[in-house]
Design a protein around this ligand. Structure first.
Ligand SMILES: Cc1cc2nc3c(=O)[nH]c(=O)nc-3n(C[C@H](O)[C@H](O)[C@H](O)COP(=O)(O)OP(=O)(O)OC[C@H]3O[C@@H](n4cnc5c(N)ncnc54)[C@H](O)[C@@H]3O)c2cc1C
Length: 428
């Protein structure tokens, strides 16, 4: 038996956690995960795990799927796109319905709970908090020495950067001066809140939030947007508003103070139950904390020798198609399956090359699609505007290539390419 392959994952978010969860089953891989924060935790609110990502979790294995269930994920019966302003306001634009389609749509889960479950089976000695990757160096024998900001080091054969949108590893791969090394501000801002079910029900009204008929609602207005859905076994409702700030495009702003007056003005002419919900859930204090939506320009590669990036470090996207986390899970499926099939660190580098080859086109297409979808969802699509007929024609099909994706085929293609790369060496 050859030496174990030493894999270090930098970053303990959804991408890093789903990768280590997927790699644990391979005894010949010695995997450690390093997180810069003092603990492995998620600060975000809810996340939708769409059909494609649910399928990827299933392929990673039953334990991955069970993590979602244990975290209290609520499967949505459907997703409804509604018109909030303009002619036909209040009407359904289109919907994806699990019964009509005979397929899962998306499951909404509390981020912290999901992350905790993904990491629950990872042996403690493989999890390292307060370890911020600073730089790396290569030894003569090809190993990587990771230097952390606290002065400590760790030696490995493969480094996976799962260090999010501000990725240090992405910069190591692309070079700091590559324009794609850093993310850009799209100018769109959002304000989010998680509310107890009872409070959201009082504000939004029956029919809009119903655990027995759990649905996600996306409301399209004239330059503004609302989304709401249910999570944590129905105990919580996520409520999100969004609008755009032209001046912030490509600026370095990450946060935005959103004054109540601005919120009230934006949602003044919205359907009464949403106007009421905005007033009650988001206008009880003078200002709200907004965040801008950023994304990565397309990288020329996700890999350099024994180093690669996955998740937001590779392809941070706007959340309009609820796909950033899903892409991380797909990345973990492909990368783990490839690494699980190699026997040496030289072969592992070939696995990384194959990962880049198969994952880059799909993930970069999603980033572009999501940005365009955001324009439509704010009622600013050139072709669609607030025209309910055009929206019906154009909006929902934008998800087809994302969620009706054959992960099994994708995985088999990756394995076939790896076989060729390994020049027909016997596969396990
Ligand atoms: C508002 C919003 C809503 C979204 N909704 C959805 C949705 O419904 N569905 C969906 O699929 N996706 C959604 N996404 C996208 C999704 O949240 C991300 O794609 C996903 O969380 C990325 O996970 P990650 O692990 O790659 O990055 P992160 O979650 O950012 O994790 C990176 C980790 O690396 C650590 N780190 C950073 N630098 C270092 C370093 N130098 N050394 C060590 N550790 C480091 C960080 O502390 C962090 O823990 C949404 C995004 C936003 C902004």
């Amino acid at each position: 038996m050859s030496q174990p392959i030493r894999i270090a994952i930098s970053g303990g978010g959804l991408a890093g956690a789903s990768l280590i969860q997927a790699l644990l089953k391979f005894p010949h891989l010695d995997v450690h995960i390093f997180e810069s924060a003092t603990a492995f935790k998620e600060s975000g609110m809810a996340i939708g795990i769409a059909r494609n990502a649910l399928a990827a979790l299933d392929l990673i294995g039953p334990s991955a799927t069970q993590c979602l269930e244990r975290a209290g994920a609520v499967p949505m019966r459907g997703v409804r796109f509604m018109l909030a302003q303009g002619e036909g306001r209040g009407n359904l634009i289109d919907e994806a319905d699990d019964k009509a389609q005979g397929k899962r749509i998306t499951s909404i889960v509390h981020r912290a709970n999901f992350l905790q479950e993904l990491l629950a089976d990872v042996p403690e000695e493989r999890m390292h908090a307060s370890k911020k990757l600073d730089k790396t160096e290569r030894t003569k024998d090809g190993s990587i020495i990771i230097h952390f900001t606290d002065g400590s080091t760790h030696e490995c054969d493969i480094l996976v950067g799962a260090d999010g949108i501000h990725s240090t590893v992405r910069k190591l791969i692309l070079g700091k001066n590559d324009p794609a090394a850093s993310p850009r501000n799209t100018g769109t801002w959002i304000v989010m809140t998680l509310q107890p079910y009872a409070r959201a029900l009082t504000s939004l009204g029956e029919g809009s939030v119903d655990l027995a008929d759990a649905r996600e609602y996306s409301w399209i207005g004239d330059g503004s947007f609302i989304l709401h859905n249910l999570l944590s076994d129905g105990q919580l409702v996520q409520f999100v508003i969004a609008s755009h700030d032209k001046e912030a495009e490509s600026s370095d702003k990450w946060n935005r103070v959103v004054k109540v007056e601005e919120i009230k003005k934006l949602y003044k002419d919205w359907p009464p139950h949403l106007n009421k919900a905005v007033n009650e859930l988001l206008c009880d204090q003078p200002e709200q904390h907004g965040i801008y939506l950023w994304e990565h320009p397309p990288a020329s590669t996700y890999v350099s020798g024994p180093i690669c990036v996955i998740g937001d470090a590779a392809h941070a996207t706007t959340p309009w198609q609820g796909s950033g986390g899903g892409m991380s899970i797909e990345d973990s499926l492909i990368l783990s399956s490839l690494l699980g099939r190699v026997k040496t660190s030289t072969e592992a580098q070939k696995a990384l090359k194959v990962y880049d080859q198969v994952r880059r086109p799909r993930t970069q297409r999603i980033v572009v699609s999501s940005r365009g979808t955001g324009v439509i969802m704010r009622g600013r699509g050139e072709e669609t505007g607030l025209d309910i007929g055009k929206l019906r024609e154009k909006l929902l099909p934008r998800w087809d290539f994302i969620i009706d994706f054959d992960n099994e085929k994708h995985l088999n293609e990756a394995i076939e390419i790896l076989k060729v790369e390994l020049k027909g060496e016997e596969m396990t």
